[in-house]
Each structure stands twice: as C-alpha cells, then as structure tokens.
Design a binder for this molecule. Structure first.
Ligand code: UTP
Length: 289
C-alpha cells in the first residue's frame, strides 16, 4: 500500500535571470498568465490533487509570494465597501487555511536539489510532491492529479516526462526508459542536461515530481552536477535500485514559462482558452498575420 501524498514543495528560490529586468524586484513566479500569477496555477493544481500542506522554498526578494497568499485587508475592505463582490471573492480565494502553508528560505540558489532539501523538516517521513511553477500545463485533469493516480499503482519516486525536439533535449533532464504500461514507464537511467548526441531518449523531465523521503539522505551529501548545481534528477538517479523510479507521460500541453517565448505562448493559449477573451485575442492575432 502506498502512503498518500499530502504535502507539496514549491521551489521558488531561483533568480529568474532570463526575465530581467522584470524579475529585479518581482519574483518570476509572480509573473501573470493572463490575470493569475504562475505560482497560483501551481498551488491550484496541487489543491486539485488533494494536497493539504504547501511548503514554499523562497529566497531573498520573494516576499510578494507570501503576501499573495495572505489577506490584503485594505484592498478587501475597499472592495467590500464598493460592493465589488466578484473581485472580493477572487482576492479571498487565494488564501489557504491557517497553518496550511509554510515558508522556508534557501539562502543561496545552489540548485533545485538543494532547494528541495531545504524543505526536509517540513516533509518528515512522508512522500512529497514537487511542483515547479514555471512549467505550466493546460489540460482537462491537472498533471499532479494524473501522477498521483499513477503513483498509487507503482509507488517509489516518479517524475513527469514529455517528448521534446532533438535540438532542445540538452536543456533537460532526460530519461532512459524501460518497460511501459500505458502512460507509466520504468526509468532505467537519468541524465541531467546531456551533451548533444548523448541523450538516451527524447523524453525530457518536466517540473513535477513525487519523491520518497529517502531522497533527503542523498541530497544531504551536497553532490554537485550539471552547471555546478545540486541537481534533483541526479539524486533520483542515485536512488535507482533502492526504490522504483517511474516516468509519467502526462496528458496536457506544457508551456515553459521560464523562458520568454514559452511565457508569451502560455499567455496566448490561456487567453484563447477563456470564453471572455477568445474572440478579441484571436482577432488581434489575425491582425499580425
Ligand atoms: P530555473 O532553472 O528556471 O532557474 O529553476 P531560475 O533561477 O528560476 O531562472 P533563470 O534560469 O535564472 O532564468 C527552475 C525552478 O527551480 C527553482 C526556481 O525558482 C524555478 O522554480 N530553483 C532553482 C530554486 O528554487 N532554487 C535554485 O537554487 C534553483
């Protein structure tokens, strides 16, 4: 029997250098897709998947994230007095229950593996999900909901995977796939940012993970990998043989909102997906062609 996944880590300690100067004083994760910050999409995806505890690993200059998930009394009072009940509902909907959300700091951005390790005391001995807000996935069912269902079939560590173009594969963690059953595949090996021609497949790791707490023992060894960073995928690869590792080929369209083109693409796709915006946005797009 697998242990339920009740907790999720949101690593938001990165510098977001690809979005400077926008991210000089604003966290990358607060950049909006249409009218909602990236981080809120990630939190809502976790809520849909049944997550009860939300652990943020932040860094300097990220306090806007904490404020976003808190009361904004002045604004709420104003909206209330103006009877803008819809807007008030939207503002209040972002606030989790007291004690449901926790923040810890990654003092230095030493890599995703390091960020995840910073959350170890909040996770304790349970499995935990990890969501990277800059991987945004548009689909019927949330990616984490799909993964947790699959996780209950196979247990162990799991990561989300998708096919990417050969010329892009070197920017990702890449899996060496084994036996496949539906959308689940065994992972025999895992390489972070392989050199051109060295990738074992075109299946890239996307920012959704389910981890067993044993991973923290490995992350505690602070082994550096690609780019001199402490890589989460390396730690997962080192757990091979100790527990199952599976990839999950999720359903949905993923946008890489960590880069500018992907971010713009997501804004267009999400706007076209909304009834109130589809027509005017499509009209604007036609005017460019
Ligand atoms: P990225 O590789 O996109 O790095 O991190 P970044 O610093 O955010 O952005 P660029 O490359 O400078 O533009 C992927 C995710 O991992 C988190 C980031 O916040 C992002 O959600 N991360 C990365 C950390 O929390 N800590 C780190 O040390 C590195």
């Amino acid at each position: 029997m697998t242990v339920p996944v009740r907790k999720a880590i949101f690593p938001v300690g990165g510098l977001g250098t690809r979005f400077l100067p926008a991210t000089k004083s604003m966290p990358k994760e607060m950049l909006p897709i249409v009218d909602k910050p990236l981080i809120q999409y990630a939190v809502e995806e976790a809520q849909e998947a049944g997550i009860e505890e939300f652990i943020f690993v932040t860094g300097r200059g990220k306090t806007a994230i904490e404020d976003h998930f808190d009361h904004a009394y002045e604004l709420q009072t104003m909206l209330d007095s103006r009877q803008q009940s819809e807007a008030l509902k939207v503002v209040k909907a972002t606030i989790p229950l007291p004690g449901q959300i926790a923040y810890t700091r990654q003092q230095e951005p030493l890599g995703l593996g390091h960020a995840v390790r910073c959350a170890r005391n909040f996770v304790g001995t349970e499995p935990v999900a990890v969501l990277l807000a800059d991987d945004l996935i548009l689909g019927e069912t949330g990616c984490l909901t799909q993964m947790i269902r699959a996780y209950h079939e196979v247990g162990g560590n799991m990561l989300a995977v998708m096919e990417v173009a050969p010329e892009e594969i070197s920017s990702y963690g890449v899996v060496d796939p084994g036996k496949q059953k539906g959308r689940i595949m065994e992972v025999r090996g895992l390489i972070e940012k392989p050199q051109t021609g060295q990738a074992p497949s075109n299946l890239a790791v996307i920012g959704r993970y389910i981890l067993q707490p044993k991973i923290f023992e490995d992350l505690g060894r602070f082994e550096r990998g690609a780019g001199g960073e402490i890589q989460l995928t390396d730690a997962m690869a080192r757990q091979l043989g100790l527990q199952p590792l599976n990839g999950y080929r999720f359903e949905g369209r993923r946008f890489d909102c960590g880069n500018k083109v992907g971010f713009l693409e997501a804004n267009i796709a999400f706007a076209l997906d909304r009834e109130d915006m589809r027509e005017p946005v499509a009209h604007i797009l036609r005017s460019f062609s």
